[in-house]
Structures are given as structure tokens and as C-alpha cells.
Design a protein around this ligand. Structure first.
Ligand code: NAP
Length: 292
């Protein structure tokens, strides 16, 4: 990711205010507006944009966008941090099911500080920290202007990197634990790809609910360290795939109950291994998009 950002910065293009660039701050075609003397304007913004889908290295550019009007119900947010989630890459590639029309500004989550508010905004003030919630595209820019309803105020005591990344992976883990099967304290779940951020969130959220986790990881250099890290997060069992070359994988469960719910983000044999653990094979849920 650092290499990507470096390459983008290296190919930065300067656009003048009159540039024929067909985007506003939301990544949509600009609206014509007539300004009065009291109009609040955002500062100019730098944004990472793409006009076509393809490899991020070749289709993204860093551009300067002109100031835009902060309308009555708008909030102008100075972005503090916006992560590169793997799904952001998939959106640029054009392979993610939910994606904005091009041209678009990259990024889907992040945290920012309110810079200016429109005259009818009551719930937010300059200096507040906010996240787009639900997440929405266009966070890879220095100033974002969107309706007040798009922003959710958060406690500034929250570490910046947590605030910037809370809406996609942690909430996915939460919804997977809560929406499919009614789990109670004492139950267990099984997942592959346990080292993923979603997997790590599953481990921590399950632990808070008294739910045990059986975690499968792939065999690779560093898998012993990964196992210890997951245990430190609260994982009950962590198995590498090669450890599961036994006739009855459930014999490895010890005192843990048979899992009621399984998560698969890998596919292939790793998905079969999750299935072998499950009490009911219908309770396997997949969220596979990244692993090629
Ligand atoms: N709302 C949604 O639908 C939603 C939202 C967020 C995420 N997701 C999905 O959740 C999954 C995890 O996302 P994430 O952002 O948390 O991922 P991540 O942090 O990038 O982790 C990727 C995981 O895939 C494993 N992996 C990579 N290549 C592999 C291979 N060839 N064979 C086996 N395992 C491999 C990695 O294991 P190592 O540690 O060994 O490299 C790691 O556990 C993805 O499938 C993503 O699409 C869905």
C-alpha cells in the first residue's frame, strides 16, 4: 500500500480551478450553483481519483480539486486518516459489487475533523471528529463536503486509526456474529482466514460475548507467531491447515462445543475444513472476494 501511495504521489497532476475535471467532492458530476456573498466555500482539496477501472497503479491520479460550496445542510470535513481497505482496490479494479460510477474519488471509510458547517447544521460543530456512516465513497481527499446526515460524530478519545477503520471490517464481523444464527454464551464458532482483520474482530467480539472461537490459518512462514497473536486476542483454538490432516477434526476440539456457525473467507479446501467442524452444514457463511 505504501508503494501504491508513493507511486500516486510521484505522478501527481496539478489541475487548475478551470480544469475540465468532471467530479465534485462526492465523486459525482458537479451541480451548477450561483454563489451569494455569504456563501461558505471549502478549501481546495487534493484527491486520489480514477476515471476508468483497472490496476490502481495505472488508473489513479492525485489531483487538485477546486473549492466547493458548503450548502445550508452540508458539513465540510478535513480528513485526518482514510485507510486503503482491500475492497477499495477491488472498487478501483471494477470487480467489487458495490462501487461508485467513474470518475470517482477513491476510499470508502476514514475519520475527519469538521472544518465548516452550513447555516442549518445543528448537530455538528467545527472541531468535532466524524466518520462517514454508513461508509460512502470519496474519503481519499483532504476536504470532503457532504450532507450532515452522512456524518456520525465520534468520541475524540477513540484512537485515530481505530476510528478510521471501524465501519467496514469490525462491523462486518459484528453482523456475521449477530445476524445468521442465535448464539449464546458458551457456544462456539469456527472460521478460516483467522489472521484477517475481519477474523481478528470476530475473535475479539466473540470473546466479549462468551463465545469460543476455533480459528484456522494457512501454513506459511510466521504462522507460529500468528497463532500466538490470535491467542493473545482471545482465540480459544488456532489450527494451521496441516494440523487438520486427521480423520476426525472434531477430535481436536477438546472441551469446546461443536461450532454452531462457520465463516469462510478463503474457499477451496479451507472452506471444507470449516464445514467439517460444523454441527449443521447450512450454517457456513462465506465472504470471499480477495483471495486469488
Ligand atoms: N461487508 C462485506 O461483505 C465484507 C467487508 C469486509 C471484508 N469482507 C471479506 O472478509 C474477508 C477478510 O477481509 P479482510 O479485509 O479482513 O482481509 P485481510 O485483513 O486482508 O486478510 C486476508 C486474509 O486472507 C488470507 N489469505 C490471503 N491469501 C491467501 C491464500 N492464498 N490462501 C489462504 N489464505 C489467504 C490471509 O492469511 P495470511 O495472514 O496467512 O496472509 C488473511 O487471513 C475478505 O474475503 C473480504 O472480502 C467482506
Amino acid at each position: 500500500m505504501a508503494a501504491l501511495m508513493k507511486s500516486l504521489a510521484g505522478r501527481a497532476l496539478k489541475f487548475s480551478l478551470a480544469a475540465n475535471f468532471n467530479l465534485n467532492r462526492c465523486g459525482q458530476a458537479p451541480r451548477l450553483c450561483i454563489r451569494s456573498f455569504s456563501t461558505v466555500m471549502s478549501p481546495p482539496s487534493k484527491a486520489i481519483v480514477y476515471e476508468d477501472h483497472g490496476s490502481p497503479d495505472s488508473v489513479t491520479r492525485l489531483v487538485n480539486l477546486p473549492p466547493v460550496e458548503v450548502k445550508e445542510t452540508d458539513v465540510c470535513v478535513k480528513m485526518i486518516a482514510a485507510p486503503i481497505n482491500p475492497s477499495d482496490i477491488n472498487r478501483i479494479e471494477g470487480v467489487y459489487p458495490v462501487r461508485p460510477p467513474v470518475p470517482a474519488v477513491g476510499g470508502y471509510e476514514g475519520v475527519g475533523e469538521v472544518y465548516a458547517v452550513g447555516s442549518k447544521v445543528n448537530g455538528l460543530s467545527p472541531g468535532d471528529w466524524v466518520i462517514p456512516s454508513p461508509p460512502s465513497s470519496g474519503t481519499w481527499q483532504t476536504y470532503v463536503v457532504k450532507e450532515e446526515s452522512v456524518w456520525h460524530k465520534i468520541d475524540k478519545a477513540c484512537p485515530m486509526e481505530y476510528a478510521a477503520t471501524i465501519t467496514v471490517n469490525p462491523l462486518t464481523a459484528l453482523r456475521m456474529l449477530e445476524d445468521f444464527v442465535n448464539l449464546n454464551s458458551g457456544d462456539s464458532v469456527v472460521q478460516n482466514g483467522a489472521t484477517s482483520i475481519v477474523g481478528q474482530c470476530v475473535i475479539q467480539l466473540a470473546r466479549l460475548r462468551g463465545i469460543s472461537t476455533i480459528n484456522l490459518i494457512r501454513d506459511r512462514a510466521g504462522s507460529d507467531e500468528a497463532r500466538e497473536q490470535l491467542k493473545a486476542l482471545g482465540a480459544d483454538e488456532v489450527f494451521s491447515e496441516s494440523q487438520l490432516n486427521v480423520k476426525n477434526v472434531k477430535s481436536l476440539l477438546g472441551n469446546l462445543p461443536e461450532p454452531d456457525l462457520g465463516f469462510n473467507c478463503v474457499g477451496g479446501n479451507a472452506a471444507s475444513l470449516v464445514l467439517k467442524y460444523l454441527r449443521c452444514s447450512e450454517h457456513l457463511f462465506s465472504c470471499v472476494l480477495l483471495v486469488k
